[in-house]
Design a protein around this ligand. Structure first.
Ligand code: NAD
Length: 359
């Protein structure tokens, strides 16, 4: 039976990456019924709504989405479609494997870590007060009443961290570690400074870790983690982090495995899962058939596993890995020289992966 999947092309390079990934997924022999729905800047410009209800409803029905990156205006404009999608569907666990495939230009050959990012709260909660607004004034007054002071011309972003959300993301990290034969979970925080938010995250993480004695546990302050990770990468396995650090460390991990073009991911909740790359819409490359579809294709691999198509997932991952290992039909970012004229485009990379699948 065909799997129903909501397909969101997204903005910038999104449509071409989604087209390439869709072809590779279909070439595995698994049958899909694609429900194409829109979200992002182009949809906002067309309809005035960056995340139409029809798109959310479709994912609620199919329970699975494959999404191209979407553009978020900096500072003003609408709020991030990604943040809203994760919030509306309660996709609380963002899983981002960072695996260095053979043939990739990296100082970290063999790196194979997994980042588990909390996806629903922290500074991403969207509780913000613009400087000079009535909300900001009221909050500043309240803070003064509570005995602290904030400059009158401040803007404010609130950072909520709850026991509930911390517990379920750390549980998800241990669950992932157990199911995938991983040895260790590292909780990452800044509890020395933010005692009541990151401190709470750490306290909950320790409590959850005590329930999973067979998996090693440690915690690290986020700045130290960045230093340790690039110095002693073999010491790390599964990292679990609140939302903002998870976002930043994901890009660090992507850089360590050869770049954003290689970093796939999954946003998973109780009722739905949306698979997407770590990278954004890379708008300067839009329409050029140039960027690397590996990140979205690997997200497709995780989707296949999620759908129970484990064999197809393994075959697709192997085919991608083989194309990268051979290093011939790869995109510019995987060449030693980014101006290498032998680099292929997005569509030709997909052709090469499909050729491997059919071998
Ligand atoms: P970006 O990830 O789009 O691009 C940064 C750089 O990374 C690019 O210039 C390019 O050099 C490289 N890159 C990214 N994807 C690549 C690929 N597939 N192949 C080769 N190289 C690749 O980051 P940005 O420029 O900061 O953000 C652009 C837009 O994307 C912004 O509006 C941002 O809000 C949005 N964004 C969306 C998502 C999402 O939809 N999940 C995630 C991050 C950023």
């Amino acid at each position: 039976m065909a799997h129903d999947v909501t397909l969101i092309p997204g903005d910038g390079t999104g449509p071409e990456l989604v087209a390439a990934t869709r072809r590779a997924l279909e070439a595995t022999g698994v049958a899909f019924t694609w429900h194409v729905r829109q979200a992002g800047l182009a949809e906002f410009e067309r309809s005035g709504d960056p995340l139409p209800a029809g798109t959310l409803d479709s994912i609620r029905e199919t329970r699975v989405g494959l999404k191209g990156p979407t553009t978020t205006p900096v500072a003003g404009g609408f709020r991030s479609v990604n943040v809203e999608l994760r919030r509306q569907l309660d996709l609380y666990a963002c899983m981002r494997p960072c695996k260095a495939y053979e043939g990739v230009r990296t100082r970290y050959p063999g790196l194979d870590i997994v980042i588990m990012r909390e996806n629903t709260e922290d500074l991403y909660a969207g509780i913000e007060y613009e400087h000079g607004s009535a909300g900001a004034k009221a909050m500043i007054e309240l803070i003064a009443e509570l005995g602290s002071s904030v400059r009158a011309d401040s803007g404010l972003s609130i950072k909520p961290i709850s026991v509930f959300a911390s517990e379920r993301i750390v549980e998800a990290a241990f669950d992932f570690a157990k199911r995938n034969g991983r040895r260790k979970v590292t909780a990452v925080h800044k509890a020395n400074i933010m005692k009541f938010t990151d401190g709470l995250f750490l306290e909950v993480a320790r409590r959850v870790a005590a329930r999973h004695g067979e998996i090693e546990f440690e915690d690290l302050i986020v700045d130290n983690l960045c230093n340790q990770l690039v110095s002693w990468p073999d010491d790390y396995d599964v990292l679990v982090l609140p939302n903002l650090y998870g976002d930043i460390v994901s890009d660090l991990g992507a850089g360590m495995i050869g770049g954003l073009g290689l970093a796939g991911g999954a946003n998973v909740g109780e009722h739905a899962a949306v698979f997407e790359a770590t990278h954004g819409s890379a708008p300067t490359y839009a329409g050029l058939d140039k960027v690397n579809p590996t990140a979205l294709m690997l997200s497709g691999v995780y989707m296949l596993r999620h759908l129970g198509e484990v064999d197809a997932g393994a075959r697709l991952e192997q085919s991608i890995a083989e194309v990268i290992r051979k290093g011939e039909k790869v995109t510019f970012d995987l060449k030693d020289d980014r101006d290498d004229p032998t680099a292929v485009g997005t569509a030709a990379f997909a052709d090469a992966v499909i050729e491997e699948l059919n071998r």
